[in-house]
Design a protein around this ligand. Structure first.
Ligand code: ADP
Length: 408
């Protein structure tokens, strides 16, 4: 064996494994081979099963890991003299967890998997030393990733605040001209000339309907911004459940009739009253019924049931349950649909109209429902076996509110 190389090897091994004795280092040196690679040479490739362990002698290499599905790489660290590379996959008998690429000309001591295992089996101290180095490095990786997550989280929170500000500004800016538009349209509708002209009357009806829908969307934007900025106030009063449901059906009677959707109500007789904010409760129930109609094909059925429930295993509550025979929702969207602006599928494919089948809305309805549930101390969620427009799997939305909500 080349004496100079053996010497080089020992010096490097002493540097890499400070706690090992000379005989152990000699034993290790005998099992390694020294090799030099050009810049850009890949020593380990992420995902591949490779059976070589390296100790860097000279030069530097980058360790990178794929960050997302698009294959974007993230630099984990730069390794240089004395660093170990590739031992993790060998200990675990797993594919490489990252790619190691030479940044300069690189010289390394290499050891085959079989020799590596023999060496670990013969020297528990050596095994411990390698495990220690590996664990330290894993901890460092964790620390870096957590730091990255923290930074990304701060950026996301800032983006969310920007979004919230935009909603607030847009809603306020739209509200005034909209009120003016509606005021003039109403004034016109009182004119006898217009009443006598069927075509103009119909056009004006269209303008009023459109303005009402815009008003509804602007109000939803304001509700969402109040929910997000935690300024939504709850003014609870004693409410008759029967009355609330009757008002709800009345508010959407034209829409359900237009789509020929049969709505049935099942109310537990022991539940006659709930202490909640009337306007907020009405808004939440309205959104749930709009969606149940919207995502059920013409001629379908929607069942609303109101049952006693218990929140957090102790608080008496009311469960408003909306069961539709509609297109259903895949599990992966069950939580996300409660985020503002989230819609399943491509928005461009949606038809228009508030309750037309699968018509697109602003994606705010369920965020409002959940926000209203939260300010009452309740919760909202969905159950569905998945999206299936042929079998019409349907969805069941729950809104659970305490029987008695405190004023905020
Ligand atoms: P949108 O204005 O789009 O209706 P929502 O917040 O009310 O916004 O709903 C978010 C998304 O959840 C909808 O775009 C739709 O994909 C899905 N969704 C809501 N309710 C139902 C339902 N009853 N059946 C199937 N999908 C629904």
């Amino acid at each position: 064996m080349d004496v100079a190389k053996t010497f080089d090897k020992l010096e490097l091994l002493r540097f890499a494994f400070k706690d090992l004795q000379e005989d152990e280092l000699l034993q290790m040196a005998a099992l390694t081979e020294i090799k030099t690679y050009p810049p850009n040479h890949v020593l380990c490739r992420e995902g591949a099963y490779e059976e070589i362990f390296y100790i860097i002698a000279e030069g530097t290499a980058s360790i990178v890991k794929k960050f997302d599905e698009q294959g974007e790489e993230r630099l984990l660290r730069i390794v240089s003299r004395g660093d170990l590379v590739g031992e993790m996959a060998m200990i675990q008998a797993a594919p490489r967890a990252a790619t190691v690429r030479a940044l300069t000309e690189l010289t390394a001591l290499e050891m085959e998997k079989q020799d590596f295992e023999t060496m670990l089996a013969q020297s528990p101290r050596m095994a411990l030393e390698i495990i220690r180095t590996t664990l330290t490095r894993m901890r460092e990786n964790d620390r870096m990733l957590i730091e990255d997550l923290r930074k990304s989280n701060a950026v996301l929170q800032q983006l969310d605040r920007n979004k919230l500000e935009f909603i607030q500004v847009a809603a306020h800016e739209l509200r005034t001209p909209l009120t003016v538009l509606k005021g003039y349209a109403k004034l016109l509708s009182a004119s006898s000339e217009l009443k006598a002209n069927a075509v103009l009357g119909e056009a004006l009806g269209g303008i009023l309907k459109g303005a009402d829908r815009m008003h509804e969307v602007v109000n939803m934007m304001l509700d969402v911004s109040r929910i997000d900025s935690e300024t939504l106030k709850v003014l609870p009063t004693m409410l008759s459940v029967k009355m609330i449901l009757a008002e709800l059906l009345n508010a959407l009677k034209h829409e359900s009739a237009e789509r020929n959707i049969e709505i049935t109500i099942e109310q537990d007789e022991t539940l006659s009253y709930i202490y909640a904010d009337p306007s907020l409760l009405q808004k939440a129930l309205y959104q749930l019924l709009v969606n149940a109609i919207k995502y059920t094909p013409d001629g379908g059925k929607v069942k609303i049931s109101v049952q006693p429930a218990v929140l957090d295993e102790k608080i008496p509550a009311v469960d408003f349950r909306f069961e539709d025979a509609g297109i259903g929702i895949d599990l992966e969207h069950h939580e996300l649909i409660f985020e503002k602006f989230y819609q399943v599928g491509s928005v461009a494919l949606h038809s228009s109209g508030k309750t037309a089948f699968k018509s697109g809305g602003p994606g705010l309805g369920l965020a409002i429902v959940r926000g209203i549930a939260k300010v009452h101390g309740g919760k909202a969620w969905v159950e569905s076996k998945g999206h299936d427009e042929a079998a019409l799997t349907g969805s069941v939305f729950h809104l659970q509110l305490p029987l008695e909500t405190q004023r905020t």
